[in-house]
Each structure stands twice: as structure tokens, then as C-alpha cells.
Design a protein around this ligand. Structure first.
Ligand SMILES: [Cu+2]
Length: 366
């Protein structure tokens, strides 16, 4: 709901032509009631516009988000965490930091009140003229130092865990652009771009363009292509940008990593709970900074293989150490049941069948 508030604010400020227009024309962007019940009013849209193929909500890449999970829903506090690091960090925040803050505040407030009453002019007409007390000075130096050290130890432990990832099962290269994200899974031969889904009334929508509906996610967070990743696997993100500084942030994963041109930064997640999780670019990167959301869908590994096949990629593990016999082996998306038409057209990159993993294995064997 807060998001919607922002949408209203932005629309009011005329910052987003689409939103502004939608609002002017009485379209529902900013209306809570409109957000919830609207059914899948526009599953497909892109009839003749190239990539067609009807979207079936609830299938891989189009899972329906759970309200309040992986997206803001107006509650105060930190989003429910779904990674080990996120849970550790929230535990640290809730069970240690908040208590330390509360206790210190209470003690200081108590001392202030005590001094105000006990040493008021009426009760204490001739004030003490002492200006030093070694014992008290030692105490008020040592105690804060101990508090800081007490906070620093779990804090540094958390940072260390965050920056020493376990070996990765899946590696994703994330590139920030003005103003969209692109994702590469080099081990699977999959590359694609991900754009925000515009609202229905947006005047910049071209004929046949798909627009957002509630099964895609909340306004400003839903993306046309989600990054689909397997549950229970360690996923390493290698993050960069190709124009200005962006930041790849998904609150439910406890990740926020700057994407700098010319640099590779790294972070990781391991999510056991399948679901859809949203994030946003979190470094002011230009006029449409607010319109480059991140949508990650976590699915069971079998469905991940299916998604890879849909994207025209191959599962590296799908041919167990077969490479030596017939030089050219990467025969197969065999792993995947390949549900509908594999649908190439949509990705520009050279992602057909990709031999590199196999070649490596072959050379390693020779
Ligand atoms: Cu950005």
C-alpha cells in the first residue's frame, strides 16, 4: 500500500507520464480496491506482437505471488526473510540490537529524570562543586566500549557469513542498464532482459504490448521476464552495470549490491521456499530509476530445468559425463519435459545449444 502511495505521489508530481495519465483518465492505478480483486484481465495481449504464446498464470515463470511475501504490503518492519543470511540478520536486529537500544534509552531516560528530581533547586539548594570523579569517568568510558564490542562481534560474524558464500550451484550474471536488468546464466546458455510491466492505461504502451495484472505482481514491481531460480540451491550473483551505477536489491533475500560499470560485485542467496520475490534498483540511476524492478521466482529444481528448456538453454548436468566418446555431445534438453513450444524468438543472444561446459569437461578428461 505504501507503494501505491508512492505511485500516487509520483503521478501527482507528473514524474511518470504513464501513471499520471492513468490517474487523469480515472484508471485504477492508485486504488487499493482495484489492486486486489481484478482477475487476470489481460493474460496475453501480445497477440501478433512477436512472442505471443498465452501466459498461463501458475506455471513456471508466472507463479502467482503470495501477498505479504517477497513484496511490501503496508506492514511495518522488515520483510519476512527467506535466506539464511536474512534470517540471521533479522535475528540479530530483533533479538540484540533492538534490546540494546531500548535498554540504553531507558537507562539514560531514568538517569535524566532522577537528576531532574533529586537535584532540583528546591531539594538541593547548594550544588556540589566537584568537577571530576575518576571512578565515574572510568565507568562511563568502559561501559560504552563494552556495549560496542558486544554489538561488533555478532555484527562482524554476520558480515563474514555474508561475504564467504558456499560453493555456488547456479551462477547468474546481473547487468543493470538504464533502465532495465539483464540476466545471463552462462552455464545454461540463457540470457534475457527484464523490463517493468506498465500499467494498463499507460500511453507509452504500444499496441499489443502486455501490461501488468495482479498475477504479475504489484505496480512498479512486476516485470515482464522473471529470473527463475531453483529452490534449495546456492545461487551466486555476479553484478555489474553497463552505463551508470545501479544497485541490485531484493529485501526478502537481504541483498543489496551496487552494480558498477567496469566492476564485478558478488553476492549470494539460498532460498528454500518457492515463491515470487520482488526488489528494485536501489541506487539513483537516472530518470527511470524507479521503474526497473527485479522479479525473482524460486521454483523446485525440476521446474527450473523446465524453465531453462523454455528459454532455449540446456541443463549442464543433463548428460552425465558423456562427453568423451562423441566430441559433440550436448544433445539435449532431455532433462525437461518441454511443455509448450520451446519458443525461441524472444531472446536475441546466442543461446541455442551451448557446448562450453561439455568442452571443458572433455578437455579436462583428455
Ligand atoms: Cu538503476
Amino acid at each position: 500500500m505504501r507503494l501505491i502511495g508512492w505511485a500516487i505521489a509520483l503521478a501527482a508530481a507528473g514524474l511518470t507520464p504513464g501513471a499520471a495519465n492513468a490517474q487523469a483518465s480515472g484508471a485504477p492505478v492508485a486504488n487499493a480496491a482495484a489492486i486486489a480483486p481484478t482477475p487476470a484481465d489481460n493474460p496475453t495481449a501480445a497477440s501478433d506482437a512477436t512472442k505471443a504464446q498465452p501466459i498461463v498464470y501458475g506455471t513456471v515463470g508466472h507463479a502467482i505471488p503470495t501477498p505479504g511475501i517477497g513484496e511490501p504490503d503496508g506492514r511495518k518492519g522488515i520483510q519476512e526473510q527467506v535466506t539464511p543470511i536474512g534470517r540471521e540478520a533479522v535475528g540479530f536486529h530483533d533479538n540484540i540490537l533492538l534490546w540494546v537500544c531500548a535498554i540504553i534509552s531507558a537507562i539514560v531516560l531514568g538517569l535524566l529524570l532522577y537528576a531532574m528530581v533529586r537535584f532540583r533547586r528546591g531539594a538541593n539548594p547548594t550544588p556540589s562543586r566537584n568537577s571530576h570523579n575518576t571512578l565515574i569517568e572510568v565507568i562511563w568510558t568502559i561501559v560504552p566500549v563494552m556495549v560496542l564490542v558486544g554489538i561488533a562481534i555478532p555484527s562482524i560474524k554476520l558480515l563474514r557469513n555474508q561475504y564467504t558464500p558456499p560453493p555456488a550451484d547456479v551462477t547468474v550474471k546481473v547487468t543493470g542498464h538504464q533502465w532495465y536488468w539483464s540476466y545471463d546464466l552462462p552455464d545454461y546458455g540463457v540470457s534475457f532482459d527484464s523490463y517493468m510491466l506498465k500499467e494498463k492505461g499507460d500511453p507509452t504502451l504500444k499496441a499489443g504490448d502486455r501490461y501488468r495484472n495482479d498475477n504479475d505482481g504489484p505496480p512498479l514491481l512486476a516485470a515482464d521476464e522473471r529470473l527463475v531460480l531453483p529452490a534449495g540451491k546456492v545461487v551466486k550473483f555476479i553484478i555489474t552495470a553497463d552505463d551508470v551505477i545501479h544497485s541490485f536489491a531484493v529485501p526478502a533475500f537481504w541483498i543489496k549490491q551496487d552494480a558498477n560499470p567496469g566492476q564485478l560485485h558478488e553476492t549470494w542467496i539460498k532460498v528454500d521456499r518457492p515463491g515470487v520475490y520482488f526488489g528494485q534498483c536501489s541506487e539513483l540511476c537516472g530518470a527511470r530509476h524507479g521503474f526497473m524492478p527485479i522479479a525473482v521466482e524460486i521454483v523446485p529444481p525440476a521446474q527450473f530445468a523446465q524453465w531453462i528448456a523454455q528459454k532455449g538453454g540446456t541443463m549442464p548436468g543433463s548428460k552425465p559425463a558423456a562427453p568423451d566418446s562423441t566430441g559433440i555431445s550436448p544433445v539435449t534438453p532431455a532433462a525437461a519435459p518441454a511443455p509448450a513450444t520451446p519458443q525461441p524468438a524472444s531472446q536475441p543472444s546466442g543461446n541455442a545449444t551451448q557446448p562450453p561446459a561439455t568442452n571443458q569437461a572433455a578437455t579436462a578428461q583428455n
